[in-house]
Design a protein around this ligand. Sequence first.
Ligand SMILES: [Zn+2]
Length: 208
Amino acid sequence: MNILDLCFPRNCPVCGGPSDREGRFVCSGCLDRLVMVPPDDGTAAALEFDGIARRLILDFKLRSRLYLKADLADFLEGAAIARYDVARVDAIVPMPLTLLHRFLRGYNQSRLLARELARRLGRTCLEGALKRKGSPRRQSGLDRKARLKNAIGTFSVPERAIPRVRSRTILLVDDIHTTGATLAAAAEALKSAGAREVWPLALARRGL
Ligand SMILES: [Zn+2]
């Protein structure tokens, strides 16, 4: 326990009990109850968006509990290491929010997590590497094929970012994904701009 813990005791946001992990909020008991996605599952997500994970992510995304950043970044970091040869990653790119979402929430949670992951892996976070070309139609109510079609073509790499993307291996970071269609569309835009490889990574996956 460090001096900050004595001054500001940390409580687990899930069970309310004292946190027993240094520098983290989620206690080890609640951590054990989280459902992780197996790395060989073929999906880029770290967690199932369910139960405890759902609550933590919504606290972070919608209720501005930004202090959960380190706890959530642990899952992204673990998933990145379990799935990819992270030594080959040149840069981290966060998924951009739509302008409307940015306006409503005031910050971009994927960007905060991407920045933290980049810091831990000792890589640059290329924040302006992807832009949304306006708002796509709502994804809900569309089947997988329609989602993919809807999502493709909504991302672009600005001219000035192209030299930083070209020939690079990029870890593309999102918070929650459903079908992976949006991540795939963003990855396609980075590849069209010359990225060597784009590896998708999401904090959680939500069922359709
Ligand atoms: Zn707990």
